[in-house]
Design a protein around this ligand. Structure first.
Ligand SMILES: Cc1ncc(COP(=O)(O)O)c(C=O)c1O
Length: 405
């Protein structure tokens, strides 16, 4: 299929998909962010797709794909341990179809339960995604079910493209949009509509540096495999872009940038603290690109697509603690305290005087590195700000406790 024909089929499909998505999913809000605009020197608008049904934009593509299959196949099957699984499960239930989702045995219980909760039968198979994928194809063959690819499918892409139609109604003019890139379905949809309707808008994809498959594929001129490293943006881990998504991206997308794990974590924290909105790593990469200062966006109107909000709570906990300690609101200090009565109390009084609130404390007398007749004490405490933390540490130093952070 020529690129022009493919492009037109996505844009035409997306108009029909918009009717389906309007009926069965949410039109997500768009909001201006004063804080992020100040932090990044441009005018930042956020598209809150983390508030979408099932917690991510994936339901859009799934709804449209399942809609096109209604009455034609007995059921649908997919392989996914992420947002696509929940999207397909929800879409199939919406149209009274059976769905099977194959997940690797390592999938978290919460993801299995969420997918079952939306009405899918979950089959746990193999250790990694590739095993689950092979199993899903086998089930499709055996049962006559349709396999739904997570990104490399024109209907799925047309469904994701509905975000762009919504955006065009919500914001008359903007210069640039930042779109998270996994396998490339989302950016292919968004770019197809925007480049048809507003070709002057720059469409920029964002990948974690830990999984830069689209960047590397564009360099190579064809989809190539890049082994991903662990990343907090787990939704963007794909080994290779699809053939279709590569074709669309290489023709329509202006640029791909990558972001570091530190910046993704910071973006999640800032969105939570300042915007009171919970975004998963994959959904936060656009904001990460903005706050990393890597983009040249001064004075521009920039839309960041917050593509999902399904974050594991243990990861979220780590990100909050990390954010608090970076902001100087949480400190971990190790002191050497003389091992006789009243000394620990003296150290704690220093913290209390500055209104520090102790969260955790360990007292170790057996540490071989600690001088004789001393105990190694590690104290974790909250403080109002970084200056107070500094004052506490200085005072502990003056009192002879040799604090280390
Ligand atoms: C929250 C979130 N954002 C972005 C993406 C990337 O989408 P695509 O694979 O279509 O590029 C995913 C993929 O699962 C996702 O879950």
């Amino acid at each position: 299929m020529s690129f022009e024909v493919l492009w037109s089929s996505i844009v035409d499909g997306s108009r029909e998909a918009l009717r389906v998505v309007r009926e069965y999913a949410h039109t997500t809000p768009l909001g201006y962010s004063v804080t992020l605009s100040r932090m990044s020197g441009c005018r930042v608008y956020l598209k809150y797709e983390n508030l979408q049904k099932t917690g991510s934009f994936k339901v859009r593509g799934a709804l449209y794909k399942v809609y096109t299959l209604k009455g034609r196949v007995p059921g649908v099957v997919t392989a996914s341990a992420g947002n696509h699984a929940q999207g397909v499960a929800y879409a199939a239930s919406t149209f009274n179809m059976r769905s099977i989702v194959v997940m690797p045995e390592t999938a978290s219980i919460s993801k299995v339960e969420a997918t079952q909760g939306y009405g899918a039968e979950v089959v746990l198979y193999g250790r990694v995604y590739d095993d689950a994928y092979v199993k899903a194809l086998e089930i499709a063959r055996e049962r006559g079910y349709e396999f739904i690819h997570a990104f490399d499918d024109p209907h799925v892409i047309a469904g994701q493209a509905t975000i762009a139609w919504e955006l065009l109604e919500q914001l008359e003019d903007f210069d640039l949009i930042l779109v998270p890139v996994g396998g490339g379905g989302l950016i292919s949809g968004v770019a197809s509509v925007l480049k048809r309707v507003k070709p002057g808008v720059r469409v920029v994809g964002v990948e974690p540096e830990a999984a830069p498959k689209m960047r590397e594929s564009l360099k190579a001129g064809r989809p190539v495999v890049v082994e991903p490293k662990p990343t907090v943006a787990d939704g963007l881990v794909a080994k290779k872009p699809g053939d279709i998504t590569f074709q669309v991206t290489s023709n329509l997308v202006d640029d791909i940038v990558t972001v570091e794990e530190e910046d993704i974590a910071e973006a999640i924290y800032v969105l939570l603290e300042r915007k009171k909105t919970l975004v998963e790593g994959a959904g936060a990469v656009g904001v990460a690109a903005l706050i990393s200062g890597k983009l040249r966006v001064e004075g521009k109107r920039v839309v960041a697509l917050l593509s999902g909000g399904n974050i594991d709570l243990t990861i979220l906990n780590k990100i909050i603690l990390r954010g608090l300690s970076k902001a100087g609101k949480l400190a971990r200090v190790t002191c050497h305290i003389p091992d006789y009565p009243g000394q620990l109390k003296r150290a704690l009084e220093v913290i209390a005087r500055h209104r520090g609130n102790i969260l955790d404390i360990t007292h170790d007398r057996s540490d071989p590195q600690t001088p004789p007749w001393h105990a190694k004490v590690t104290i974790v405490f909250e403080t109002p700000n970084v200056n107070t933390t500094k004052k506490i540490i200085e005072e502990l130093e003056r009192e002879g406790f040799k604090p280390q952070t």
